[in-house]
Write a protein that binds this ligand. Structure first.
Ligand code: CMC
Length: 392
């Protein structure tokens, strides 16, 4: 079988050729289909960016209207999915609920299991995913807080509909604040794709066995959940809260992060690819300032975050290792300002990453990529005879 090159964590292994996202970690550049992330965050919207990622080009006005219209008409989910939701205890983490509900779509749309789905069938699955994910995400939250679920409101735009499903209560009128909708839309754009990261590689590997697109995306949600990946946004706020509760001494935590005998890491710092500022972190930091100012919120945790960042950027340990704030460092602060509870942060990341996962799944299938199957170097025992249990 020839010589096998070991590369744990695939630090230097390219798994595919891709035309979706360009990332230069040394210079801190991120582009979707050639468009700078800064420009998309400023001028575009999440559905337009989703179309771009999935189809390769920005939509014409007609294409955009058709795309958003189709998504809007599929936001409702099968009523039996509510029974699955009801089976989850309220302590269930919304990420586990979300991946389960997404996977349940394989049962409601079993033709997605056929690897020979036509182009139209695949497009419909994609529309369903984009349409139903916000419904599931909001329902996962409702299950946690014990409130009745809200059905989608198709008069609203993507983000306002999601916010209404999250926050409207039967006894009160609810209208999403446009400042909040806009900020959320920007955050989703910033999270929409990031080439071959852990969850995206998971989606591609699961999809490479020709599993259903729903099963592949569900697997991606699970990969995103971990604290070293998307789960970091929740960990950042928990860390900042802990620092605040401990008297706000950020220097002490910086020392802990540097101590190799202490498992503590500065959450929201460091990145496998960025050895410079994460361009998304720059935009989010600015957006956090703007959103908090517009909503008139004074969050002491933001000040701790800024102090921590400033101290880390000057610290030799962080400088030597090129550890900069990543996308998760400030996103939690905005989510909090938008009223989103901490254990929903990673769900928000998943909502944003969905079009990226879809685009990568589609590219992998269209390119007819082979099944993902890494090799290993075996280091276990050599051949030995079986010993019956009575003689062990
Ligand atoms: N705090 C303290 N030290 C760190 C940190 C940190 N946050 N990140 C890396 N290091 C050190 C690490 O100990 C190692 O030191 P040494 O060379 O002395 O052994 C060196 O920097 C290189 O780190 P690594 O763990 O080998 O790097 P990696 O590419 O395997 O890991 C990472 C990347 C993102 C998992 C890591 O930086 C980390 O754990 N960061 C905190 C979690 C986090 O914020 N994750 C979100 C990532 S961005 C968005 C996403 O993927 O969801």
């Amino acid at each position: 079988s020839g010589l096998i090159t070991l590369d744990p964590g695939f630090k230097n292994t390219g798994s595919t050729q891709s035309a979706i996202t360009f990332l230069d970690g040394e210079q801190g550049i991120l582009r979707y289909r050639g468009y700078d992330i800064e420009e998309l965050a400023e001028k575009s919207n999440f559905l337009e960016v989703s179309y771009l990622l999935i189809n390769g080009e920005l939509p014409s006005k007609t294409q955009y209207e058709r795309f958003s219209q189709r998504i809007t008409t599929h936001t409702l989910v099968h009523e039996d999915i509510k029974k699955i939701l009801d089976g989850f205890p309220s302590v269930a983490h919304p990420m586990g609920v979300l991946s389960s509900l997404i996977c349940s779509l394989t049962a409601f749309y079993p033709n997605s299991l056929d690897p020979n789905n036509t182009q139209e069938e695949i497009e419909l699955s994609i529309v369903r995913l984009m349409a139903k994910m916000p419904t599931f995400a909001a329902w996962a939250f409702k299950n946690k807080v014990g409130h009745p679920v809200n059905y989608p409101d198709n008069e609203l735009d993507y983000c306002s509909n999601f916010l209404k499903m999250m926050f409207a209560l039967p006894a009160a009128k609810y209208e999403a604040d446009p400042v909040i909708s806009k900020a959320l839309d920007k955050l989703l754009i910033l999270h929409a794709d990031h080439e071959q990261n852990c969850s995206t590689s998971t989606v591609r590997v699961v999809g490479s066995s020709q599993a259903s697109i729903y099963a592949s995306i569900s697997a991606g949600i699970n990969a995103l959940w971990g604290p070293l990946h998307g789960g970091a946004n929740q960990s950042v706020i928990e860390m900042l809260e802990a620092i605040k509760a401990d008297g706000g001494d950020s220097k002490k935590y910086l020392e802990k992060a540097k101590d190799k005998n202490d498992p503590f890491r500065l959450m929201g710092f460091g990145h496998r690819v960025y050895k410079n500022f994460d361009p998304r972190a720059k935009i989010i930091k600015k957006a956090a300032d703007e959103v908090l100012a517009k909503l008139g919120i004074d969050d002491p945790v933001l000040n701790i975050a800024k102090e921590l960042e400033e101290a880390a950027l000057k610290d030799q340990y962080f400088v030597d290792r090129k550890l900069y704030p990543n996308v998760d460092f400030y996103s939690g602060i905005i989510y909090r300002a938008l009223g989103i509870p901490t254990d929903m942060f990673t769900v928000m990341f998943a909502l944003g990453r969905l079009p990226g996962w879809i685009a990568q799944w589609k590219e992998m299938r269209e390119n007819g990529e082979p099944i993902g199957r890494p090799r290993q170097v075996y280091v276990g025992p050599t051949q030995r005879p079986f010993v019956p249990i009575s003689e062990r």
